[in-house]
Ligand binder design. Sequence first.
Ligand SMILES: NC(=O)c1ccc[n+]([C@@H]2O[C@H](COP(=O)([O-])OP(=O)(O)OC[C@H]3O[C@@H](n4cnc5c(N)ncnc54)[C@H](O)[C@@H]3O)[C@@H](O)[C@H]2O)c1
Length: 435
Amino acid sequence: MNICMVGAGYVGLVTGACLAETGHDVVCVDADEAKVAAANRGVSPIFEPGLEEIVRRNLAAGRLRFVTDLPSAIGDALAVFVAVGTPSRRDGGADLSAVDEVALTVAEHARRECVLVLKSTVPVGTNARVRRLVRDAAVKIHVVSNPEFLKEGAAVSDFMRPDRIVVGIHDGEAFPRRVIERLYHPVTLQQSRIVWMSPESAELTKYVANTMLAMRISFMNEIAALCERVGADIHQVRKGVGSDSRIGSKFLYAGPGYGGSCFPKDVQALVHTGHDYGVELELAAATHRVNERQRGVLTRKLRAKFEDDLRGKRVAIWGTAFKPSTDDVRESPALMLIENLLAEGARVVAHDPQALDRTREVFGDRIEYAQDPYKAAEGADALVLVTEWRPYQNPDFERLASILARPLLIDGRNIWTAYHPSEMGFEYEGIGTHG
Ligand SMILES: NC(=O)c1ccc[n+]([C@@H]2O[C@H](COP(=O)([O-])OP(=O)(O)OC[C@H]3O[C@@H](n4cnc5c(N)ncnc54)[C@H](O)[C@@H]3O)[C@@H](O)[C@H]2O)c1
C-alpha cells in the first residue's frame, strides 16, 4: 500500500520505517531538511534501539524514502498519516496548527480517495474538525483517529507487538476500516489487536491513558515524601502495593517527576479539555501540580546538603535524557535541575550515554559534558543520578568514593538503595528511601 507519513520525529519515523518493514511503500515527509537529509543517508535523526537498521534496510529495498515537499508526496497515497507535533500552548491546550496545515494541504493535493490517519495526540473533537477542513476536497478523504501508544526506547517492538491499536472511526465506514485492517495486518496476524471505537473515544483514550500513568507516578511521589517523614521506605511500600493484582506493579516508581514530550503536555491538555466542557478534572490537575513540585526535589535535596549555598559547587549529573534508551531530553527532570543549579551558581558536568548532543543544544557551553561517567564524577562535590540508564545501575562505588571530592550521592531513581551506599561511607539520599 502507498503510505505518506507526515512528520518524521519519534512517532512518524518509527511508524513509517516499521510500516515499510512490513512491506508497505512509505514516503516520510518532514519540514526539517536536516532530518530528511540524514534519514536519506540511512542515519536515524533520533536514537531509538533497532530503528536505524530498519531505516537502512528499507531505504535499500526502495520501500522507504524521505522528502520535504508534502504536496508532491501525497500523490496517490491510500493512507496519509499525520504524526506532527502538538505541543502545549501557553494556556495548556494543544497547539494544532501543524495538524491543520497538513490536513488542508492533503485536501488540496490528494488525487484519489484516501484515509487521513490522525496519529498525533489531539484533543477530543479534532477528528470532527479535521473532517470539516477536508470536506470540500476534490476526492473523498476519510478521517480516522489512531492515537499512538509507543514508548520511546522500546518503540520498534511496541510497533511490531502492540498491546492494542486504538482506532476511532464512525460505524459503517467500510473503506477506511478496510484500509486500517490492511495497514496493520502484519502486526495483528496472531490476534486482532485493533480496538474499534468512536473518534471521540479514541481521542480521549490517549489522554486518559497518559494521565492515568502520570497519576500513579505523582501519587507515589507524594507517598515518597510521606515515607521520608514517617520513616517508611517507598521500595517496601511499592512492593507491597504493587503485588496486588488489581493494582499491578508498573508506574509505581518514585523519582524526580515525570518528563518527556507526552505526559506533561497531555495531562495539561486533558485538564484544559475539561475546562472547555465545564468538567473540572481535579485528579488530573493535581497530578500536574504534584509533578511540578516534584521536579524540584533533587534541587531541594542538594540545597539541604550544602546549607542553601551551591555557589561554586561542582555537581555531576548522570543521565539527561528524560528516561533510559532515548536521546530525547524534552521536559527531562535533568534540564530543570541543571537550570536551577546554574541559577544558584553551581558548576555542572553532565554525562549521558546518548543524549549529550541534545543536552548541548539546550545548554551550549554553560555546562561541561563528559564522555565517560567517571570523568564527570571526578572532583565533584555531589553526584546526582537522574536517569536510570543500565550502565549506571551497578557502578564501581570504590572508584566513585576515590574520585568524588565529597562522597555525596543523590539517587533520583532509587537504583542504588540495595547496595546500601551509606554503609560504604557515602552520604546517600534517595527519594523516599534511606539506603
Ligand atoms: N514521542 C512519543 O513518545 C509519543 C508517543 C505517542 C504519541 N506522541 C504524539 O505524536 C505526535 C508527534 O510526537 P513526536 O514525539 O514524534 O514529535 P517530534 O517533534 O519528534 O516530531 C514531529 C515532527 O513533525 C515535523 N513537522 C512539524 N510540522 C510539520 C509540517 N507542517 N510538515 C511536515 N513536518 C512537520 C517536525 O519537523 C518533527 O520532525 C505528538 O502529538 C505527540 O504527542 C508522541
